[in-house]
Design a binder for this molecule. Structure first.
Ligand SMILES: Cc1cc2nc3c(=O)[nH]c(=O)nc-3n(C[C@H](O)[C@H](O)[C@H](O)COP(=O)(O)OP(=O)(O)OC[C@H]3O[C@@H](n4cnc5c(N)ncnc54)[C@H](O)[C@@H]3O)c2cc1C
Length: 398
């Protein structure tokens, strides 16, 4: 009998885990993906959507044909609960029994972090980025000051910076640069912390970029309320705006908390370096769904960004370890999140910064940030390559 491998989630982590384990085990594995979304969304391109530089069809594709071509079954459904002792997952499309489970259900926005966040434009989902496009169009008809922010507890700082510098670029194109005030408000202790701290030269580079673009930067800030026309900080200062985009914190999916002992306070699944959960050898968690403890405290809480590269690495580690287990051996591959290399390109409209480090989190032996206009082209190339790779299901390519 082939091993029944059930993967929850069909994004970077879920697609990679499902296709990687199927390619390793072939006929020895019966792999099913259950995902609430039936399309893959290339989140890194959401920064361009509000400015009309990308549309929904440019950055998404349906996942069923990709999975089915590689012999993986796809079910468009939502998981409602996990019973690790019975090896069963309850979903909107019925119950699924498994021998091995991979939780790859990513994040949800914590829109209750600050009153008014629910109504504030953001870019952390496709639907939200489309609504932000409407807000940007309204802003162009009636311009004024602009705020780009990341709330207390946020982690996706890269996207906030990319959106900030893309906004500056778009203000220039609209003839508004220098005429309206552009402010960045962040929980980070310094500009260039990014939630990963310690990138050499990051502080100077971000300060230089901000000065060149005429951006006012307010670090170490917590928000009290986001009104339709003003951001109120916890020290009672009010920053009026005509357009704002704010990145909220992420949390794990709520259904996971129904299983006692599965998740931490943030709704994420604590894992071992093998990506097995602490209590169950046959339950794995990868990507944003897997917990990463924050190894420092900042005056205003910040989270750690879980980007695409570590997500895919974790999914491959889980796939290899499940293959080991199916073959009757102990899971042999271990890769802690903190020790995975960091590879990231931050776009700035027609410019950007490439970031490379040997480790996601300090201590690092090697880390470099390379600014320059070539990074915009590199980001576009990264988008095209990643979408083509994922759509073809060639997840074992780099
Ligand atoms: C705006 C933005 C910009 C980014 N930019 C970059 C970048 O430039 N470079 C980079 O490397 N990374 C970037 N990232 C991070 C990158 O998008 C994440 O690393 C990646 O999305 C993580 O993938 P995941 O599969 O773990 O989670 P997710 O992408 O959150 O996917 C979760 C999947 O689970 C499904 N799901 C959720 N709940 C359920 C349920 N109950 N049942 C079944 N399925 C469920 C969802 O539908 C989805 O398919 C960015 C993220 C954002 C939001």
């Amino acid at each position: 009998m082939p091993a029944r491998i059930l993967v929850l989630g069909g994004s970077f982590a879920g697609l990679t885990a499902a296709l990687s384990v199927k390619s390793r085990l072939g006929a020895d594995a019966d792999v099913t993906v259950v995902s609430a979304a039936d399309r893959f969304v290339f989140n890194p391109s959401l920064i361009w959507l509000p400015f009309g530089r990308r549309g929904r069809t440019d950055i998404t594709f349906p996942i069923a044909p990709t999975l089915e071509r590689h012999g993986v079954r796809f079910v468009h459904g939502t998981a409602a609960s996990v019973d690790p002792d019975e090896h069963r997952v309850e979903t909107s499309e019925g119950d699924f029994d498994y021998d091995y489970l991979v939780i790859a259900t990513g994040y949800r926005n914590d829109l209750d972090v600050v009153p008014g966040m629910r109504e504030t434009p953001t870019i952390t989902t496709l639907a939200a980025a489309e609504r932000t496009a409407d807000a940007w169009r309204r802003f162009l008809d009636d311009p004024g000051d602009v705020i780009i922010g990341a709330t207390q507890g946020a982690s996706c700082f890269g996207a906030a910076y990319e959106f900030l510098f893309n906004t500056s670029y778009q203000l220039r194109r609209a003839g508004l640069h220098g005429k309206v005030k552009l402010t960045y408000v962040t929980a980070e202790p310094y500009a260039g912390h990014f939630g990963i701290d310690g990138m050499p030269g990051a502080k100077t580079l971000m300060r230089m970029f901000a000065r060149k673009e005429g951006i006012t930067v307010r670090t170490g800030q917590a928000m009290r309320e986001i009104r339709p026309d003003a951001l109120v900080l916890t020290d009672d200062r009010e920053l009026p705006y005509k357009f704002a985009m704010v990145v909220p914190p992420f949390r794990g999916q709520d259904f996971l908390a129904r299983t006692p002992g599965l998740v931490d306070a943030g709704g994420y699944v604590p894992v071992r370096p093998t990506y097995q959960t602490h209590h169950w050898d046959d339950v794995y968690a990868v990507g944003i769904a897997a917990a990463v403890p924050v190894p420092w405290t900042t005056a205003i809480p910040t989270g750690i960004p879980k980007t695409g590269f570590p997500t895919e690495q974790q999914a491959h580690v889980a796939a290899k370890n499940i293959a080991d287990q199916v073959h009757g051996t102990e899971p042999a591959t271990r890769k802690e999140f903190a020790r995975i290399p960091a590879l990231c390109i931050m776009d700035a409209g027609n410019n950007g910064v490439a970031m490379f480090a040997d480790h996601m989190l300090p201590p690092r032996n090697a880390a470099v940030m390379i600014p320059g206009p070539q990074n915009h082209l590199a980001k576009v190339a990264f988008e095209k390559y990643s979408l083509a790779k994922m759509r073809a299901g060639r997840v074992r390519l780099p």
